[in-house]
Design a protein around this ligand. Structure first.
Ligand code: SF4
Ligand code: SF4
Length: 160
């Protein structure tokens, strides 16, 4: 299950929108609440779930820690430095809480300096580790696509 937002909890702060690597969390302009605009593209990475200060987002639990999982919600306690995983099971009977230390860095502290990172060499691009990449970076439709050729630029480590 991709992310699901409880409208009564969401206050439209937009943290989930900022952090989603798939750019699929959006704010409904009428109701000022967040929702997942493309559930099929959700990685279930939990980034938005952990970032949400209102604990408004549910997502499916992975089978390795939530077999028969129905939904998982994460509650961050910054003061105690822990994150609590609240798991509900599909059989409706089990309801489990797990505690783990918060390991993420403060918001905005570590921004990758992508413009300082050298571009991969042709040899690296051709290696078996990137065997699937040419298709996705569209090398086969006319050379290597770069940010510049796509009309993009890097500002402060963020792609625009
Ligand atoms: S779980 Fe990850 S990919 Fe899915 S909506 Fe949240 S941040 Fe985006
Ligand atoms: S982070 Fe939570 S409260 Fe903020 S917009 Fe997203 S779902 Fe709503």
């Amino acid at each position: 299950m991709p992310t699901f937002v409880y409208m009564t909890r969401c206050d439209g702060c937009g943290h989930c929108v900022d952090i989603c690597p798939s750019d699929i969390m959006h704010i409904d302009t009428t109701y000022r609440r967040a929702y997942n605009i493309e559930p099929n593209m959700c990685w279930e990475c939990y980034s938005c779930v952990k970032a949400c200060p209102q604990n408004a987002i549910d997502v499916r639990g992975y089978a390795d820690f939530a077999p028969l999982g129905h939904s998982v919600r994460a509650v961050r306690d910054e003061e105690k430095g822990v994150i609590a995983w609240r798991i509900k099971f599909r059989n409706g009977k089990k309801d489990l809480s797990l505690l783990a230390p918060i390991t993420t860095k403060p918001w905005g502290k570590y921004i990758p300096q992508l413009r300082d990172v050298p571009a991969p060499t042709q040899e690296q691009r051709d290696s078996q580790y990137l065997y699937n990449e040419p298709k996705y970076i569209r090398m086969d439709d006319g050379g290597i696509h770069t940010l510049e050729t796509n009309g993009l630029k890097i500002v402060e480590g963020v792609q625009y």
